[in-house]
Design a binder for this molecule. Structure first.
Ligand SMILES: Cc1cc2nc3c(=O)[nH]c(=O)nc-3n(C[C@H](O)[C@H](O)[C@H](O)COP(=O)(O)OP(=O)(O)OC[C@H]3O[C@@H](n4cnc5c(N)ncnc54)[C@H](O)[C@@H]3O)c2cc1C
Length: 486
């Protein structure tokens, strides 16, 4: 979804965003030793943190370390109260390997963190080790292929590739990590024209639960490669690098069309036709937003990769059956488009609740009414809420060479239920949204993972094979949270 639009939701809600992450430059490796002597909870039988800290090129923070307070935070402040026993800021793949072996030897649960945007806080853990790969973010480019460390953030990836006239199909939030996004799929404006982010991965460096490094591809350990392409982060190993086939960084045509609430059902129907039959160079996500005066705001933000957004907008209007009451058409360069969609080059930390349903096919009239009713109920309750519908189809409907476990190739699109109200009213909206489209839901998008939902619902027909590969590559279930495969 467009962060721009998320911010609008936040503005409507009057929600203030929270300060940026605290810098973590002040904690030296020696601080682990200081922490050891200060912490009353540690005993003689505790892990040997000092020797572990010395073995790392990166940093180790324990709870009493200077710098710990800012070291473990995620994008959503909701998870700030989760306090890992240890935070490792890995500097390289060797640090990742050592952390896995140390955590195993000391029976600590370990969770990897890249950009920290997990909806459920899956990249932090109480009383365990958070392994942050954020500093492993080097990039190089050669012959159409990007090699990128697993801690790179999306804006940095785009800014780097722009220098070579290249791009990648990714999501839109500038601070999302390449690892979390790619391992769960990766949807955005180029999904229909070029497929998901995971579809373009050529190989990955990954360290499995036994501490062994692998370099997997369509020909080397193809089963692990398949599983990592859509199976979701945190399940099968810690990825340290990706090689990804890039796409040309072309000018993009944008359209933004709005209709009054009275046309909302027609717009949903028109958007469904658009998702089914527009050229794969056209993409548009539909936003149905609750407005605090109890009404609905309805608009589609669209992109044409040919640059001709007017034709794409006109086609959508013909499917809706009425001209938009507000329209804007613009053309942007690659990096202008990245900044526009991302609301800039960075994103402030933000509270929210969200969930998703993958739509099997076009919804019937009753389901569309129910969907609109769920947003309307939120509007009446003054709960900031949006249903955001992203189309699939085009290249996303095709299995990439080498195969991918991302399971939703035949789906129409994904509806995200998003609320800036991080409380019961936000959760009520998400629950009502699920109920509204139940008859058309194939499951959920793993990158929009949510609390209280069975993990199996994210994997469709890939579930059984993924479970078998989880047993093969992680037989002791070392990578283990409520959101991992079992
Ligand atoms: C504001 C916002 C906008 C978004 N927009 C989009 C969008 O446009 N399109 C889209 O498809 N998604 C989008 N997402 C969802 C996003 O793709 C997922 O939340 C993704 O998992 C975040 O990745 P991360 O690395 O930032 O998060 P993290 O929290 O660091 O990681 C997410 C998961 O991956 C695991 N993980 C992290 N690093 C590794 C690693 N190196 N190896 C193995 N596992 C790892 C973590 O343990 C966790 O389970 C958005 C999310 C937010 C909050």
């Amino acid at each position: 979804m467009s962060q721009l639009d998320r911010r609008n939701v936040l503005k409507i809600a009057g929600v203030a965003t929270v300060a940026a992450l605290t810098s973590c430059t002040d904690a030296k490796k020696a601080s682990a030793g200081a922490a050891l002597s200060r912490s009353s909870s540690l005993t003689a039988a505790t892990p040997n943190w000092n020797s572990f800290a010395r073995s790392l090129k990166g940093r180790l923070y324990l709870r009493a370390s200077s710098g710990y307070a800012g070291s473990h935070l995620l994008f959503n402040p909701r998870w700030d109260t989760i306090l890992p026993t240890a935070v490792v800021k890995a500097a390289n793949a060797t640090d990742v390997q050592r952390s896995i072996l140390f955590a195993r030897a000391n029976k600590l649960v370990l969770v990897p963190k890249s950009g920290g945007h997990s909806y459920v806080g899956a990249s932090t853990i109480s009383n365990g080790m958070q392994l942050d790969v954020g500093a492993i973010r080097g990039m190089s480019y050669s012959n159409g292929v990007l090699t990128v460390g697993s801690g790179a953030r999306l804006y940095d990836v785009h800014a780097f590739l722009d220098k070579y006239g290249r791009s990648l199909p990714t999501g839109t939030c500038p601070t999302v990590g390449i690892a979390g996004l790619t391992l769960g799929g990766g949807m955005g404006i180029h999904t229909r024209a070029f497929g998901l982010t995971c579809d373009r991965v050529l190989s990955m460096g990954v360290i499995t639960a036994d501490g062994k490094p692998h370099n997997v591809s369509a020909t080397v350990e193809p089963d692990l490669f398949w599983a990592l392409r859509g199976g979701g982060g945190g399940n099968l190993g810690v990825v340290t690098s990706f090689r990804i086939a890039t796409i040309p960084a072309t000018k993009l045509g944008f359209f933004r069309l709005s209709w009054p609430e009275s046309k909302a059902a027609a717009v949903v129907r028109g958007w469904q036709r658009f998702a089914q039959s527009a050229p794969i160079t056209s993409w548009g996500n539909l936003h149905i937003d609750a407005v605090s005066n109890g009404t609905l705001s309805v608009h589609v933000l669209g992109v044409s990769t040919t640059g001709n957004a007017s034709a794409a907008a006109a086609q959508l209007e013909s499917f809706v059956g009425s001209r938009a009451t507000s329209r804007s058409i613009t053309v942007k360069t690659h990096l202008e488009a990245v900044k526009y969609l991302g609301g800039g080059t960075t994103t402030p930390r933000t509270r929210f609740r969200a969930g998703s349903d993958v739509l099997k096919g076009p919804m019937n009239a009753a389901t569309i009414t129910a969907l609109l009713g769920a947003v309307k109920a939120a509007a009446r309750a003054k709960t900031p809420a949006s249903a955001i519908l992203d189309p699939l189809g085009g290249q996303a409907a095709k299995q990439p060479a080498g195969g991918a476990s991302w399971p939703w190739r035949t789906a129409l699109g994904v509806v995200q239920w998003y609320s800036a109200a991080d409380n019961l009213s936000g959760q009520t909206f998400v629950t009502n949204g699920h109920r509204a489209v139940r008859a058309y839901s194939a499951g959920g998008y793993v990158n929009y993972v949510e609390n209280g939902r069975s993990v199996s619902t994210y994997y469709g027909a890939s579930l059984t094979r993924l479970q078998a590969l989880k047993k093969k590559y992680d037989p002791t279930n070392f990578f283990h949270t409520p959101y991992t495969l079992a």
